[in-house]
Design a protein around this ligand. Sequence first.
Ligand code: SAJ
Length: 408
Amino acid sequence: MRISVLGLGYIGLPTAAIFANRGFEVVGFDTNGDKVEDINHGVFDIHEPGLRAFLRDAFNTGNFRADEKLVESDVFIICVPTPIDDSNKPDLSYVKDAGERVSTVLERDNLVILESTVPPGTTENVLLPLLEENGLKAGKDFSLSYCPERVMPGKILKELTENQRIIGGIDEKSCRRAEELYSTFVEGDIFTTDPTTAEFSKLAENTYRDTNIALANEFARLCELHGTDVWRMRKLANNHPRVDILKPGPGVGGHCLPVDPWFLVNGDSGLIPVVRKINDGMVEHVGKRIRDNTPKESVVVLLGTAYKANTEDQRNSPTMKLVERLQDFEVRIHDPYVSEQRGDVYHLVKGAHTLVLMVDHRYYADTITPSKVLELMEGNTVIDSRDFFDAKGWEEAGAEYILLGANR
Ligand code: SAJ
């Protein structure tokens, strides 16, 4: 059986490799010829733990190759990006392009699967008509399912196999065929439903998380106002058996949470635009705390440019957005996982007035000694946006320690 995976990004590449490692013939299709060539030489810029070796294994099986030409296949799995435009409207151009391409090589009895995150109704109302353009009828001549990816960057290989999967088929046969395919490597349960419910459930998962983070961020700002500490407060509230307040922070980054909730928005009303505004507003909130505690034109050091802990992924990074807002300062950035920003922290803090912990990378807990940092800094302001540092240790070393979500 030959499987074509369309889109060799964070999801498509590991998905292609996993099928190849399970013995399927896999062709990874991408429109970017340079990327195809690089991948065929084992070169790619996705820093996912274990992926390099996993891809090497896939090549060693002789089952895998990347190609910029889409070829006839038994199964087509579409893993292309679905960004939002400047007015937060979904941009389905990559999905449409993939659908049109598949339609040109689609044959009787093929199975088409969409994995990209899309607004409800996309599989049946956008992709299906494009596939049918070659005269074949969905359901009668070929099968079609929506099967959202649900893996977390940093744990992609583990979660690809271990997580539960949802399959939304246009009919029973489409569900069954997709289920048979995924059960060759998925260890979690597989649930089947219709495409629109599957599309909605994927969006609901990320909207649920984004909304809960917004609540934590709202509490952080209110705790500052009321002179209390959100971190101590949430520990107490979370003792309740039905309460689980997430962690506040300098904003919500990544390619999923800041984007996917917009796919559910209908006009400007409702909860989701408010949630997005709260989470997007955290960058400016941290910016204000920096400005309030730092003389103009002095040096500010931001620790962590990834969108979250222990990854190099900078997509929608709150830190990179913050840099744009700190025009009045000399800003220096550091991240142990990003090659251009991997410098020596002690060298970077020399002469700085303010040090800001933006990302709770384990590396910073393991490597930073407060007294050594403060000796090198010109000022002594330390802002912790994640309740990550040892506040007492910093204060004893002489820092003016400021914690996001607390009025100190
Ligand atoms: N964050 C907080 N506070 C928290 C948790 C997270 O501020 O308590 C921030 C992080 O720092 C980060 C952002 O939220 O900037 C997103 O991080 P995340 O770890 O919550 O999620 P992602 O974007 O890495 O992955 C999510 C996951 N979705 C859910 O947990 C519902 C993942 O399972 C999905 O597969 C992924 O989106 C996706 O691809 O859709």
